[in-house]
Write a protein that binds this ligand. Structure first.
Ligand code: UT7
Length: 334
């Protein structure tokens, strides 16, 4: 390929479950309060999936909207990536169900598991496929029903998470739009800081383990907090430098929506004002891989981003994983 290829973001979509659970509702069930949740996290409510709203259902709705907005027919998609850590089933990939639901014939389809960093990992991998010439039109969906891993009696985790899906369509272009630079990182030593131990090949579920509620997520919140700030800041600084721009040139930062205090700490360390950060975790909580694309979607809907703007996406999650992407939003005028 003689001229550089880029992967412009052509369309975007999102979906959340119908049911909203407020802090007050949780406070009626467990030993917590709206005041604690709000002041420690910034969250006021979250959407929680019902039995008919499993991962592929939300992923399909977000993917369909992204394709429609892009004006891209399902037949044109040659690659489908579904970033999720809460698949419909252990096997096969959730991407296969999404592919069938959307009527995407014969595209390569696979899941990508990077927890809450799934969207920035997916955007990095997807753009790489387009830049290499392996893909022309790619649908990236990030979807999690993280509440399926939640013990609703564990106040350390159940107040934090919600469910949802976000999607983007990437298309090959010679114009310098889409992902300009990214980096993804992981620290495997931290894999036990946040995990679900039972239900995989290491410790298959047994009645005794289920009785002990070991099929649910546990988390060392305070440690993750510190690693999150460090991982997001270091990767953001590297991505910005690799893109050949300065932080000042970034119109908007769209961070993973886990905790307002984490976002404030990142803003402080990057010496950026909070009004350059998009925040919607008050209404959704932490939707895992879906968090960044849902925030990106709402930022665009609210007019906070227009074609040509530089946006910085930054995320962290279980693994521990993290990553940042510098994106030039939109497409060049035709
Ligand atoms: O996508 C990645 C997902 N993981 C994360 O984002 C985790 C990042 N970490 C965090 O967001 C914060 O560490 C938390 C929100 C999880 C916790 O906030 P914190 O300020 O670090 O609180 P803490 O864990 O130090 O707990 C402080 C107190 C404890 O009581 P004691 O030991 O001081 O008496 C907890 O038992 O708050 C108590 N507590 C609660 N109280 C009321 C913990 N959860 C609750 C709750 N309601 N829901």
């Amino acid at each position: 390929m003689s001229s550089p290829r880029y992967a412009a973001i052509m369309g975007w979509g999102m979906a959340v479950p119908r049911r909203v659970v407020t802090n007050d509702e949780l406070a009626q069930r467990i030993d917590t309060s709206n005041e604690w949740i709000l002041t420690r996290t910034g969250i006021t409510q979250r959407h929680v999936a019902g039995p008919d709203e499993f991962t592929s259902v939300l992923a399909t709705a977000a993917g369909r909207e992204a394709l429609e907005r892009a004006g891209v027919a399902p037949e044109a998609v040659d690659t489908l990536i579904v970033a999720t850590c809460t698949p419909d089933r252990p096997f096969p990939a959730t991407a296969s169900a999404v592919q069938r639901n959307l009527g995407i014939p014969r595209a390569g389809a696979f899941d990508l598991a990077a927890a809450c960093s799934g969207f920035v990992y997916g955007l990095s991998v997807g753009t790489g496929l387009i830049k290499s010439g392996m893909s022309q039109t790619l649908l990236l969906v990030a979807a999690d029903v993280f509440t399926s891993l939640i013990d609703w009696e564990d106040r350390n985790t159940c107040v934090l998470f919600g469910d949802g899906a976000g999607a983007v369509v990437l298309r090959a272009t010679e114009q310098p739009y889409g992902l300009l630079a990214s980096n993804i990182g992981s620290w495997g030593e931290g894999e036990t800081m946040m995990a679900v131990d039972v239900g995989g090949t290491r410790e298959p579920a047994t009645p005794a383990l289920l009785e002990q509620r070991r099929q649910y997520v546990y988390m060392h919140g305070r440690e993750i907090f510190k690693h999150a700030v460090r991982g997001m800041c270091e990767s953001a600084e590297r991505a910005v430098a690799d893109a050949g721009v300065s932080l000042d040139a970034i119109k908007l930062v769209v961070p993973h929506q886990a905790n307002l205090r984490i976002i404030e700490a990142v803003a402080k360390r990057l010496a950026l004002p909070m009004n350059r950060f998009f925040v919607n975790l008050d209404r959704y909580g932490n939707t895992s891989a879906a968090s960044v694309p849902i925030a990106l979607y709402e930022a665009v809907q609210q007019g906070r981003l227009v074609a040509g703007d530089l946006v910085l996406l930054t995320a962290f999650g279980g693994g521990l994983t993290w990553g940042s992407c510098v994106v030039r939003w939109g497409m060049s005028p035709q």
